[in-house]
Design a protein around this ligand. Structure first.
Ligand code: COA
Length: 144
């Protein structure tokens, strides 16, 4: 990953209100931005999910404080408001963070192998079919 190229890309996305990609940040008072996520319509049309969470990152020192959950739910809300009631997240299969999406109620629905950054990359997709009720199901799971 290249910092200059990524900074330019994000500046373009955040600065262009016509872009369909939505970006949300987690802002802690007196600290600033500690995490961000983006979403929009699903890029892999072969899957039935309409929306996609493209990216979700929380600064390491702010992980495990419930911020990732809040941000993911807000991303889901943004998709629902734009008429997308289901979503997918593609995550590197070797990334232990993928189990976060299982905790968030995502079902493992697909795998793919891509060539990226001069390597063969394996990715796993997690899907949610009813975004409007994700919070209710998560609360019910916790209560059990
Ligand atoms: C994955 C990530 C977004 C989670 O955000 P977070 O703020 O640390 O997670 P939260 O504190 O909101 O956790 C919510 C729940 O998920 C669980 N959880 C968090 N990370 C987990 C993991 N890696 N595996 C399993 N469960 C996990 C928490 O225990 C918590 O469960 P509980 O409510 O039952 O106690 C964050 O750790 C991160 O940015 N990781 C590095 C970047 C990355 O790899 N992103 C994914 C690429 S798309």
């Amino acid at each position: 990953m290249n910092e200059k190229a990524h900074s330019a890309r994000w500046a373009r996305i955040v600065g262009d209100s016509r872009k369909s990609e939505m970006v949300l940040v987690a802002d802690v008072p007196s600290v600033g931005v500690v995490g961000f996520g983006s979403c929009g319509s699903a890029r892999a049309k072969a899957l039935q999910q309409a929306g996609e969470v493209y990216m979700l990152y929380i600064r390491p020192e702010y992980q495990d404080h419930g911020i990732g959950r809040k941000l993911l739910y807000r991303l889901f809300d943004s998709l629902v408001v734009r008429g997308m009631s289901s979503a997918v997240v593609w995550v590197l299969s070797e990334n232990p963070s993928r189990f976060f999406y299982e905790t968030m109620g995502g079902r493992r629905i697909a795998e793919r192998t891509n060539r990226k950054w001069d390597s063969v990359i394996r990715e796993t997709a997690y899907g949610w079919d009813d975004l409007a009720h994700v919070r209710d199901r998560s609360d019910a799971r916790k209560a059990r």
